[in-house]
Design a protein around this ligand. Sequence first.
Ligand SMILES: Cc1cc2nc3c(=O)[nH]c(=O)nc-3n(C[C@H](O)[C@H](O)[C@H](O)COP(=O)(O)OP(=O)(O)OC[C@H]3O[C@@H](n4cnc5c(N)ncnc54)[C@H](O)[C@@H]3O)c2cc1C
Length: 388
Amino acid sequence: MYGLSQDDLALQDTARAFTEELIPYEVEAEMNNGELPEGIVEKQKSRAIQLGLYATNISKELGGRGCSAIQQVLVQEQGGRVTNALGWVLGTPPLWFAEVATEDQLERWLRPTVRGEISECYAITEEFAGTDVAALEATARRDGDDYVLNGVKWHVTSYNEASYVFFQAVLTNGPNAGEHGLFIVDIPTPGLRVVRTPAYSHTFSHHHPIVAFEDVRVPASHLVGNEGDGMTFAYEWFRFERLMIAARCLGAADRLVEEMTAFAQSRIIDGLPLIKRQLVQGMLADSVTELFATRSMVYETARSIDAGDDRKVLHARCSMIKLYSSEMANRVADRAVQVFGGRGYMRENVAERFYRELRVERIWEGASEVQRVIVADQLDKRGLRALV
Ligand SMILES: Cc1cc2nc3c(=O)[nH]c(=O)nc-3n(C[C@H](O)[C@H](O)[C@H](O)COP(=O)(O)OP(=O)(O)OC[C@H]3O[C@@H](n4cnc5c(N)ncnc54)[C@H](O)[C@@H]3O)c2cc1C
């Protein structure tokens, strides 16, 4: 099915077998604030690297696996089947960085990241600047051979795990004053301070703290790309991340349909298995149909990336699949909770965990409303035939 090659199928099998090993740890993570006993995640990460499931998005020259887009999707889809972010050990280092990094930056940060020795996080969002990145208030002031960084960033995912953070700020002096710059800051660096670590709906070991940058001084060699770039060179990355979110949501929905079907087959009510009740059949049928539609869309989009289709059209398609897949997975999770009944409301149940965890997929990397705006704008500019 889907015309996958032998290599694609072998990679899919490897990823599937690997994530099956992660699933038994979910409840333990859920009951322990997302944490597993010391050394387990490190072992899982080493195994992901050894199996060729890590850095699938990075070229072989940089030490990655150099997989096609469809292969990357196949791996991330399997990662999405696991709750509590245990699938995040299938790391995808920042591909966009490879395109603008200096040789020194490649050696110090990107190559060790691709080897799985260190990892990154992003400090872009602020209290009053999320969707609207143009409203950022964080500043970067050039001072001799250094930049001095100030600002307070929200939702800095994985800050507690990362070795360096990408920080976006408005330049306050020099020829590009008023424009944005992106900087690498090692963790720790004097002036970095966790303001607080709020609790979120999901139970992950990766936290999303609010982080203050107070007169943080970095050498000019920590500027990524040029002054004025900000994250503008990261459009490629947005496309990539949206495709990967779509793939992971697909995996989540796949797991949910599998689990709720098994439950509906075994649960007897009034002498009949639940799967024979037509109202429950409706929920299962809608879920599996939407799963099939989403998989077709996501795989087709990955193929059009591999085929080198027009970038603007791909941008719109990645928005479509991020929108559709994340909303589909949320609908499936809602139905799964319903099919499981009271069990579906227990934290030890996969449906309950996904019901909370999948909600953010409709918000981060561009909320659903923003994806709709992108799709409608592209429809207006390029016409229906170009998009679908
Ligand atoms: C768990 C989590 C992890 C995150 N990790 C990171 C991270 O690592 N680094 C980082 O920098 N940021 C991170 N974020 C921030 C995330 O990218 C933002 O939350 C997201 O971009 C939305 O910004 P906002 O929360 O400020 O919402 P706002 O921009 O205030 O938008 C609120 C709502 O308004 C609606 N809306 C916004 N714009 C439009 C529009 N044009 N048309 C119609 N409706 C609109 C949408 O429904 C949106 O959800 C994370 C967020 C969460 C929840």
